[in-house]
Design a binder for this molecule. Structure first.
Ligand code: GLC
Length: 496
């Protein structure tokens, strides 16, 4: 089976978050299972120095107004040997950021999305390889399925390509105006409530949801949540309508890259069978690095996060002054985003320099040192489609304390003092008090070294590989092909 991932990000070449990591690791697991998975991603400025093989020929975007032509170059030397086709269009993609420059989204993101999505459906015109299924990710690649339906609709023969759309975060939908839809080159009947229109605006993710043969999202709980008004970000009706074709598949992580026994970035290996010595060595070094001075009896909490409303760290900021004042916890924070939250954390760190260390920004190596050196990991997200950080933290022996939502509920088994296989702590309400209760429960367990060791070992040994997810995706791909054949190129949507 031949699968083309269509994505604006792919780790390690271009990434802003979890989406890039998933696209950088799931295809590896699929290839191990005999699936010929490849990737198409724009050639962003950050990828320009890669050794690439230019492929001759061009793909022309079907725009009425201007000539937009893109080329393709192949990168086939990654360690994992997943071929990546980079879409070259310097005018559209040779930019400082992936979605935005200095804090503002690029105004032509709609065009960048259309050009990437359209090119994915034409790749076989340039390379000697035709995907059976186009697997697109998030709003920027979402129109792929519509371009595919438009292309398949031109032929009378049975459709032979399927499409799958994975939603990593429903909050980001790619909202623009009708005028921009008119420049997409897509059939005008794809406008409207059954297509790309959402409250009179153009909504790229919605168009993808309506057009893809099958839909997935990144955890079973999130798949159920997004069909509700609370989590649906206005698209719950479309997701209910497509409910039978939507499945939640929990993300895995790349266990080779995230291995506390071999990670060269951490101070000492941490053995999942006997983590005590390794964790202690990593904690000591982390405390030193942030010049913290904690009594041995005090647990160290870690935060590695973007500082946005979604992540709920304002809840932590509310209770932190008291916790630090009472000398109940130490904490190390690595993150960036909301300016006010950045300032609030820095201010607190000045006030409690011996107990709180804050680094603004993103730094993969420091993130690893925090996973390895902290005892607990805080993730009070208001919503969390899957969450990868809690999985990295668990693997490195840092016990997650997280809100019971999305993928956090699917990866963390709550400790309540009785159930044995607990690997973390979950709280229900997005309220500072609920978070505080969980932190208190965790610090009580921490005082019982034997009980705590059990939780830590359980966390470190929680299955997190991509194998199970890859098997499920294989099924979804077959399912999408079957669907493509029976629904006859979108006639499900457009009877005229
Ligand atoms: C998004 C989600 C996150 C998920 C990641 C990868 O960043 O917010 O929860 O883990 O995508 O799917």
């Amino acid at each position: 089976m031949k699968i083309l991932f269509v994505s604006p990000e792919v780790s390690p070449f271009a990434r802003t978050g979890g989406l890039g990591e998933v696209v950088g690791s799931l295809p590896i697991a699929l290839r191990k299972m005999g699936v010929d998975a490849r990737i198409i991603c724009p050639l962003h400025r950050c990828c320009k120095d890669l050794p690439l093989n230019n492929i001759s020929g061009e793909i022309s975007f079907p725009s009425k107004h201007s000539k937009i032509r893109s080329k393709i170059a192949l990168f086939d030397k990654s360690e994992s040997s997943v071929p990546v086709y980079f879409l070259i269009n310097h005018e559209l993609f040779d930019r400082e950021g992936i979605y935005s420059g200095e804090n503002t989204d690029y105004p032509d993101n709609w065009l960048r999305s259309f050009v990437l999505s359209h090119a994915a459906t034409e790749i076989e015109s340039l390379v000697d390889w035709k995907p059976d299924v186009l697997h697109s990710h998030d709003w920027m690649a979402a129109p792929t399925s519509a371009y595919l339906n438009a292309k398949l609709g031109k032929f009378t023969k049975k459709p032979d390509q399927g499409s799958v759309l994975t939603i990593h975060n429903l909050e980001h939908q790619g909202s623009f105006s009708k005028h921009e839809f008119d420049l997409s080159g897509l059939p005008s009947k794809y406008w409207g409530m059954n297509g790309f229109e959402h409250h009179t605006s153009l909504n790229l993710l919605k168009g993808g949801i309506q057009h893809a043969h099958k839909l997935t999202t990144v955890s079973p709980t999130y798949a159920a949540e997004i069909k509700t008004q609370e989590f649906g970000h206005g698209l719950e009706k479309s997701l209910q309508y497509r409910g039978a074709d939507l499945i939640g598949i929990l993300n895995g992580i790349n266990e080779e890259i995230w291995n506390p026994m071999t990670d060269p970035n951490i101070h000492a290996p941490i053995d999942p069978k006997n983590p005590f010595a390794g964790k202690k060595a990593c904690k000591d070094v982390l405390l030193e690095e942030f010049k913290l001075n904690l009594n041995e009896q005090i647990p160290l909490f870690g935060v590695v996060s973007r500082l946005y409303h979604q992540k709920g760290l304002d809840l932590l900021l509310e209770i932190m002054p008291q916790l630090l004042k009472d000398q109940e916890i130490g904490c190390v924070v690595l993150g960036s985003g909301n300016e006010k939250q950045e300032k609030d954390f820095l201010k607190l760190a000045k006030q409690f320099p011996k107990a709180l260390g804050v680094q603004i920004g993103f730094d993969d190596k420091l993130a690893r040192r925090i996973f390895a050196g902290s005892d607990f990991f805080l993730m009070p997200s208001r919503f969390e489609p899957c969450g990868l950080a809690q999985q990295y933290a668990m693997r490195y022996g840092s016990i997650p304390i997280a809100r019971k939502t999305g993928g956090l509920s699917d990866t963390i088994i709550q400790s309540n003092g009785k159930n044995k296989p607990a690997n973390g702590y979950l709280f229900k309400d997005a309220k500072p008090d609920s978070l505080l209760q969980s932190i208190n429960r965790a610090t009580i367990d921490w005082q019982e070294p034997d009980a705590f060791l059990k939780i830590r070992k359980q966390a470190m040994n929680t299955p997190c590989s991509w194998d199970l997810a890859a098997l499920k995706f294989k099924e979804v791909y077959k399912w999408s092909l079957k669907e493509a054949r029976i629904t006859d190129t979108g006639s499900r949507l457009f009877s005229n």
